[in-house]
Design a protein around this ligand. Structure first.
Ligand code: TYM
Length: 379
């Protein structure tokens, strides 16, 4: 494993050992990238971004771009609106969600002088490369992915070969990971900062890149590394057996970057903990709710789990723990919420950011797509 990303926690060791070259856990406060790195990631426009998106991905997008000193590196971040329509969306709501997503990213501190910010649907090369790569992706590989199953309300062990699943699953949802591979490879990306739930799609992306390279006897596509933050999986506040998600029907299970101090206080107050009294300690198996809160503080404060537990040694009960966590979250998000509210009033500013991002992204995308077409004999 490269020494450039040095912070490897015990929790990530199993994954890191399994896939040493391609998955790295980053300490985003202390990372350097090799020259000519292309850092790429996306988020779906399903409204405002939540704490899981922020700690698993967006905070590291910001820190990677902010701490970069090498002008040869590029940071490209997108709103994945073509992915969003794999589950039907009301057009008015989608339009609003797209604005909310871009305003949330800007409010979270992304600086467009340091990164490219754009809408996926504004760069048609994504859809074109998607087709080329779909032609190289096996149905078996897609069938093994779990995200389409949860979105199609099927169990992780279900298969597209089951008749009812086949009927109920749209082709776009099933083929979604090929589009995700196209997003990444279109920019010849080298590093992809994402939360743990995207690891499977990244593995598929590397396999698609390998298939392309070996089919055309080239090394055109780099094999992009998955970058995971130490807080790579933030769990639902109410049901800490599952990840924090906007689609959770229980509204208090998910904290948004734009929540008011009152909303944050209420949600943490209602968070599931346990009946173990006394000092807090980290034990994701026996104490998933408490450990999730510790993990959240660790992600927000850029401190290791051990350091956070040490900081919490004065805490003697769940109320004190919840007050402590609430204050840290409010402190992180208060100014961001205010900026978000301001940005949402200025649609033309948001549009200008996206137009500028689209033009820069398209410049790279069209050059690369032309090269891909040459390799494939389509020029
Ligand atoms: P999406 O929109 O579901 O999530 C955006 C990012 O947030 C991370 N994330 C989490 N991290 C930790 N804990 C959680 N509870 C949590 N929930 C979400 C996700 O891992 C992700 O990094 N398919 C992608 C979007 C996409 C993409 C791409 C990503 C499309 N093309 C190319 C990377 C590269 C998705 O649905 O993310």
């Amino acid at each position: 494993m490269s020494s450039t990303f040095t912070h490897i926690s015990r929790r990530s060791l199993a994954t890191a050992v399994k896939n040493a070259a391609s998955v790295q856990e980053i300490s985003v406060s202390n990372s350097t990238l090799p020259p000519n790195s292309r850092i790429f990631s996306m988020i779906q426009p399903t409204g405002r971004i939540h704490l899981g998106n922020y700690l698993g991905a967006v905070k590291s997008w910001r820190t990677l771009a902010e701490s970069n000193t090498d002008p040869s590196n590029k940071f490209i971040y997108g709103i994945a609106d073509l992915h969003a329509i794999t589950v039907p969306k009301d057009p008015k709501q989608l339009k609003e969600y797209r604005y909310q997503a871009i305003a949330s990213l800007l409010a979270s501190g992304l600086d467009t002088s340091k990164c490219i910010l754009f809408f996926q649907s504004a760069v048609p090369e994504h859809a074109e490369l998607n087709w080329f790569l779909t032609c190289m992706t096996s149905m078996g590989a897609l069938n093994r992915m779990t995200q389409w199953k949860s979105k199609a309300q099927q169990s992780d062990s279900s298969s597209i070969l089951e008749e009812n699943v086949l009927e109920m699953t749209k082709a776009g949802l099933f083929c979604y990971p090929a589009l995700q591979a196209a997003d990444i490879l279109l920019y010849k990306s080298t590093h992809v900062p994402v939360g743990d739930d995207q690891s499977q799609h990244l593995e598929l992306c590397r396999n698609v890149a390998k298939t392309f390279n070996s089919t055309y006897n080239t090394d055109y596509f780099p094999l992009p590394k998955t970058l995971l933050t130490p807080a790579k999986k933030i769990l639902s506040l109410k049901t800490p057996a599952k990840k924090m998600s906007k689609s959770d029907p229980v509204a208090t299970s998910c904290i948004y970057v734009t929540d008011t101090p009152e909303e944050i206080t209420l949600k943490i107050k209602k968070a599931t903990t346990d009946s173990i009294q006394g000092q807090v300690y980290f034990d994701p198996v026996e104490r998933p709710g408490v450990s999730n809160l510790i993990n959240i503080v660790s992600g927000l404060s850029n401190k290791s789990i051990d350091e956070v537990v040490e900081d919490m040694s004065f805490i003697n009960n769940h109320k004190e723990l919840k007050d402590y966590v609430t204050n840290i979250i409010i402190e992180e998000f208060d100014a961001k919420r205010q900026l978000y509210d301001e940005l949402m009033k200025d649609r033309s500013y948001l549009e200008s950011i996206c137009t500028q991002g689209r033009d820069t992204a398209r410049e790279i995308a069209s050059t690369n797509l032309q090269e891909v077409k040459q390799i494939m004999g389509l020029d």
